[in-house]
Design a protein around this ligand. Structure first.
Ligand SMILES: Cc1cc2nc3c(=O)[nH]c(=O)nc-3n(C[C@H](O)[C@H](O)[C@H](O)COP(=O)(O)OP(=O)(O)OC[C@H]3O[C@@H](n4cnc5c(N)ncnc54)[C@H](O)[C@@H]3O)c2cc1C
Length: 391
């Protein structure tokens, strides 16, 4: 190990590994510091992604794909099920292997990875972040860097240490709980989404198959709903009612920041990416693909800044992210707020209306349109999404 790197990345999740890969392949020196003993473990994720979101960064590989998803099923509060064939394939991942492979990909481009390295402070000189302090095997150490990329996940502290405002409204921090279960029958090519106040108020409940007899079963509800009743108690009720004999292999609980991206995601010597920057898609709660997009932009810009000798170039990151996805997330966030406030009756009406659409004419786009026509004000926001796409 060197005593100085061009770029130090904190966290070996999807955002951190992809940031490291994009930087290292430009020829700068990169070190990833990961606090856990194993990259990719523990897993705190439903593991659903679109093929498109993944293949921009890594060739799909069966060793980290648990299920290939071709259908979407929406279950309304009154039990009406609406089945939609998907135009684009999705995957349920084995993130334990997937995250590991992303770290290997970064390493294949020259990045070094150090596990059991817990970052506990920043080196700041003349108002500029110039490295990190970390603990490794009981020893306190320091390492200098021209740029620090904070990819330290939802509980990120690195940005705050640099003076960046990382706080988000508690209502936007979704409370999630999930069991990975086996011994149940689910269609291995369908993802199921349940809506309604009984199963997931201001959120949704999911069943993501991991093969024909296993699944990730969980829910995410708004911080406000989670304060009234915990996500895990909704999960326990659902299991009792629907899968009383299934075996629970793991249980996780955690937050997903379903907000717009932080106002500031770079400052002198530091960039924030992935969950740490609040890059999760606020409508779906998915943060794997968007975190990798954020990481790729951060890694590329950080390397360009180092190679050009103009470190202030990293400050262009905020705009680059906003143009690629950040602005679209602002629209998704207002759509989320509209949909989350639908009553049970509204969800039932949407399902009944959509159930009349012939199967060959069904698509997620059409389902979405049906939902939007129930809330006309949202149409203006959607129009803006398309405007941003073209801009
Ligand atoms: C219950 C649940 C279900 C979800 N389901 C989905 C889903 O189906 N699809 C989807 O796309 N997204 C889902 N998400 C969101 C998704 O998991 C995250 O958005 C994604 O993991 C973000 O990637 P990241 O690299 O930013 O952070 P992470 O994957 O959290 O990685 C951060 C890394 O930083 C390390 N770290 C943290 N602090 C330090 C430190 N001080 N020093 C060193 N290392 C540190 C951590 O150990 C970790 O390895 C879900 C989240 C939850 C909680």
């Amino acid at each position: 190990m060197r005593d100085q790197y061009d770029i130090v990345v904190v966290g070996a999740g999807p955002a951190g590994s992809i940031a490291a890969k994009f930087a290292a392949e430009k020829g700068v020196s990169v070190l990833i510091l990961e606090k856990d003993r194993d990259v990719g473990y523990p897993v705190r994720c439903g593991e659903a992604v679109s093929r498109k979101g993944i293949e921009e960064f890594i060739e799909p590989d069966e060793k980290w794909i648990a299920s290939h998803i071709h259908n979407f099923s929406m279950i309304a509060p009154d039990g009406t099920e609406v089945f939609v064939p998907l135009e684009e394939e999705g995957f349920i991942l084995e993130r334990r292997i997937f995250d590991y492979e992303l770290a290997k990909l970064a390493s294949s481009k020259g990045a070094e990875v150090l596990t059991r390295a817990y970052v506990n402070g920043l080196i700041i000189e003349d108002g500029q972040v110039s490295g990190v302090k970390y603990e490794h095997r009981g020893e306190q150490k320091e390492i200098k860097a021209k740029v620090v990329i904070a990819a330290d996940g939802v509980e990120s502290r690195v940005g705050r240490w640099a003076g960046i405002k990382t706080h988000i409204d508690f209502r936007d921090m979704e409370s999630c709980a999930q069991h990975t279960v086996t011994g149940l029958n689910v269609d291995k090519n369908t993802i199921y989404f349940y809506f309604g106040s009984k199963v997931a108020p201001q959120g949704y409940f999911w069943v993501f198959s991991k093969g024909s007899n296993s699944a990730n079963i969980g829910l995410g509800i708004s911080g406000a709903a989670g304060k009234k009743r915990s996500a895990i108690s909704y999960l326990n009720d659902f299991m009792e009612e629907n899968h009383p004999n299934a075996s629970i292999l793991t249980t996780i609980a955690g937050g997903v920041p379903c907000s717009i991206t932080l106002e500031q995601i770079s400052a002198r010597g530091i960039m924030l990416t992935g969950d740490a920057a609040r890059m999760v898609n606020p409508l779906s709660g998915g943060g794997i693909a968007s975190g990798m997009i954020g990481g790729s932009i951060a890694g590329r810009i950080a390397a360009e800044a180092v190679l050009s000798g103009n470190l202030s170039h990293i400050l262009t990151y905020d705009k680059a992210w906003a143009d690629r996805l950040g602005k679209r997330h602002e629209i998704f966030e207002s759509i989320k707020n509209g949909i989350y406030n639908f009553s049970d009756e509204k969800f039932n009406e949407i399902a009944h209306a959509f159930a009349k659409v012939p199967i060959e004419k069904r698509s997620l786009g059409n389902l979405f349109k049906t939902a939007l026509f129930n809330k006309p004000a949202l149409l203006i926001d959607v129009a803006k999404v398309f405007f941003h796409k073209r801009a």
